[in-house]
Design a protein around this ligand. Structure first.
Ligand SMILES: Cc1cc2nc3c(=O)[nH]c(=O)nc-3n(C[C@H](O)[C@H](O)[C@H](O)COP(=O)(O)OP(=O)(O)OC[C@H]3O[C@@H](n4cnc5c(N)ncnc54)[C@H](O)[C@@H]3O)c2cc1C
Length: 325
């Protein structure tokens, strides 16, 4: 059952920020994650602030520089189906298409997708874990088959969003507004790893709203793709995955961004893989070597060792696949 709360539908940015500044207020966008968290008592809310009537948060437009601006309330379906995103930022279109189910993609927003809470079953369940202010991580010695192999530090969640790794690979940034004004943060720095703060997933302050996501101009030499492996074909979160954004000069890799999903508490950029392919032509041999680099530093927990060869295989296959796009 949902707890009691006050509900307000903000009519302006100023009104939304004013309501969010009150204690225990939470943003409601599509509600597909928020309401589940409230129902399951993952956290509480005294006030729910709907931002659905803030028109400036809707829609996809070109920026003056030739990039793209995606309003935070743009649905995941709209992101997946937008023709410019499909043509120039394929990795984002593919990642959005892999999110959840059609119903959730129609209701869920891109802003909510990058701000959603982790899916760790202890965090979501009746366990007062470290992330909820308790004093231990139950996954460390428990059922950790879906937990991280990189970046775990006291807490071992995996970042749940498919669009976030794609946005990091594309060099996107996030525009934020709040009572202290506006700021822009690179997607790469938007999520907070547990070694920085074990109770926060993003850099957002409670009164802050993500207003839009900015994609930089896409080079004509850019090829990009998203690959996600999950336990079943119907909706499911990534067990391991990769977002690739590679600029080619002929067959040579001129620039590369490689970001893993499903294996770390934040979208996990692999500079090792990027370094191992830059300046080279990707062939089967190089893809296999790069895949070995990908898993350097991975640390298995009791029940998730399978993720290491899984990730290696995903990287090897997707590096070959992108050369054929
Ligand atoms: C069954 C199921 C399967 C799923 N599978 C996947 C999957 O495979 N891949 C995947 O990526 N996701 C998956 N999801 C997550 C789903 O994509 C998210 O629930 C959805 O994207 C959240 O969007 P929303 O607009 O409904 O956000 P809400 O539920 O409204 O909000 C989510 C969180 O973000 C905050 N928030 C929302 N908008 C903003 C904003 N503009 N600024 C600041 N904070 C904000 C809210 O306060 C809340 O904490 C799944 C969810 C479910 C229920």
């Amino acid at each position: 059952m949902l707890p009691n709360f006050t509900y307000v539908r903000a009519r302006s940015e100023k009104e939304a920020i004013k309501h969010l500044a009150s204690e225990g207020a939470r943003i409601h966008a599509g509600g597909t994650d928020l309401l589940g968290c409230l129902r399951d008592r993952v956290f509480n809310a005294k006030k729910i602030v709907s931002i659905s009537k803030l028109d400036f948060l809707h829609g996809i437009r070109k920026t003056a520089e030739g990039g793209l601006r995606i309003g935070a309330l743009t649905t995941i379906t709209e992101v997946a189906q937008n023709p410019i995103i499909r043509n120039r930022y394929n990795v984002l279109s593919q990642a959005a298409s892999e999110v959840a189910s059609p119903q959730l993609r129609n209701q869920g927003t891109i802003g909510g997708n990058i701000c959603q809470k982790p899916r760790c079953w202890y965090y979501r369940g009746e366990f007062h874990c470290l992330r909820k202010g308790g004093d231990q991580c139950f996954a460390a010695e428990g059922e950790n088959q879906f937990h991280c192999i990189f970046g775990g530090d006291m807490c071992y969640i995996v970042h749940p969003s498919d669009t976030s790794p794609a946005l990091v690979a594309l060099g996107a940034s996030v525009r934020i507004t709040g009572k202290r004004g506006n700021r822009t943060v690179l997607m790469e720095h938007f999520h907070v790893p547990p070694d920085k703060d074990v109770q926060k997933e993003t850099v957002l302050e409670p009164d802050e709203i993500v207003t839009e996501i900015i994609l930089p101009v896409a080079s004509p030499a850019l090829k990009s793709s998203y690959r996600k492996v999950r336990a079943r074909r119907s909706w499911d979160f990534a067990l391991a995955g990769v977002a690739l954004a590679i600029e080619f000069d002929g067959t040579t890799v001129a620039k590369a961004k490689v970001v893993f999903s499903g294996v770390a508490p934040v979208p996990w950029r692999s500079k090792e893989v990027e370094k191992s392919i830059t300046g080279k032509t990707i062939d089967a041999n190089l893809a296999a070597k790069a895949a070995e680099e990908a898993i350097k530093g991975a640390e298995a927990m009791g029940k998730n060792a399978y993720k290491i060869p899984l990730l290696r295989g995903v990287i090897e296959e997707e590096l070959i696949a992108i050369t054929k796009l």
